[in-house]
Design a protein around this ligand. Structure first.
Ligand code: SAM
Length: 346
């Protein structure tokens, strides 16, 4: 196992069979050694900087019915909301005042937000906060919409591929959605010039070591600027409500392996990791992640943007520099910086 990790670190890649073997025998991995190596690679490219993004969940309407997701169209128990342009700008202001120089607009696939409406919102943010990077996470759209958003001033786009395997994808989504269509969007986004982010859920139902191997190989080939991974967490009002959730341990392992495979990529320590364990996000950083997402959505709406079971959402998010997570990371030698934090994987 040690030789395999060394090979990954030196060559930044493994063969498919090697990835499968690694995931099948992951108990043999010396985690502390792996995480230390991953941290060293992060440091080489980003030093001890942690970039913070202001996350704005601006709509929980969604036309899709993904089996795992709490805001799926079939969930009648969700109270649906959309933020107005004014409210979105207020969130941007909050994020700016907290020192964050990236906003992430995330939402369900909501037809109300037409190409024109979204362009107006992006332009309004651009005018008011010229030095802030605008990231979109709004799912699948026609290429011409992506082009229009880019021209309006959005520079980054997060779209997890979810799982590379078409058959696994089909077990997680209804048949109007496909792995191929999702991957086509990622190719479009990269070609247009976005800093693109992809990723998958760790421990999603039916996920096998082979699926994970294919996810890693796909990400290597896509060569994105960012990779967002987090544990699958069951949501009680979905078809997967009784499924076993992913684990913190497997997520940390994947973060560290991704860091060795694509050392310059931006890797968030995601909110879902924080939802599974109080110190989950700190552990993510210690496994090689270098981005944090701070939710700046007003608390009333945030409570209704529930992708998975999560007690933490009820709490107000602390945006002050005295935020305990920031403080703890600073004590460990990290610097929470007020920068756009562009990817070096260009
Ligand atoms: N609609 C956009 C999209 O499709 O990319 C953005 C919103 S979507 C809810 C954001 C991400 O949440 C998905 O890519 C998925 O990986 C993650 N997600 C959804 N349900 C989840 C769950 N139960 N556990 C963990 N992550 C989940």
């Amino acid at each position: 196992m040690r030789n395999l990790i060394r090979k990954l670190d030196e060559k930044s890649t493994l063969e498919k069979e090697e990835w499968i073997w690694l995931f099948e025998h992951r108990d043999l991995i010396d985690r502390e050694e792996l995480f230390a190596l991953a941290r060293a690679r992060t440091y080489e490219h980003y030093e001890h900087k942690i970039f913070v993004r202001g996350l704005i969940e601006f709509t929980n309407y969604c036309r899709n019915n993904c089996y795992y997701c709490g805001i799926r169209s079939g969930n009648q128990l969700v109270s649906r909301f959309r933020l107005t342009t004014e409210e979105i700008l207020d969130c941007c202001q909050l994020s700016y005042e907290a020192g964050f120089r990236t906003v992430v607009l995330q939402g369900g696939e909501d037809a109300f937000f037409t190409k024109e409406r979204l362009c107006e919102i992006i332009e309004a943010i651009r005018r008011k906060f010229p030095e802030v990077a605008i990231t979109l996470s709004i799912g699948e759209r026609p290429r011409e919409d992506y082009e229009a958003f880019f021209l309006a001033g959005a520079e980054r786009f997060l779209l997890r591929h979810e799982t590379y395997s078409p058959s696994h994808y089909a077990r997680l989504h209804p048949e109007n959605l496909s792995a191929k269509a999702r991957q086509k969007c990622l190719t479009d986004l990269k070609e247009i010039g976005y800093q693109a982010g992809s990723g998958f859920m760790v421990g999603s139902p039916y996920q096998t070591p082979e699926n994970l191997a294919e996810d890693f190989l796909y990400l290597k080939e896509l060569d994105p600027q960012m990779i967002g991974i987090g544990p699958f967490i069951a949501h009680k009002d979905t078809p997967f409500g009784a499924m076993t959730s992913g684990t913190v341990a497997d997520t940390l392992l994947c973060i560290a392996l991704l860091r060795l495979m694509l050392p310059k990529v931006l890797l968030p320590s995601t909110t879902s990791l924080g939802a599974l364990a109080l110190d989950g996000r700190k552990k993510g950083v210690l496994a090689g992640a270098n981005v944090l997402m701070q939710n700046v959505t007003p608390s009333a709406q945030r409570l209704n943007y529930t992708l998975y079971n999560n007690k933490e959402r009820a709490k107000d998010i602390d945006l002050s520099p005295d935020n305990p997570l920031f403080k703890e990371l600073e004590q460990l030698g990290y610097a929470i910086v007020s920068e756009r934090g562009d990817s070096k994987n260009v």
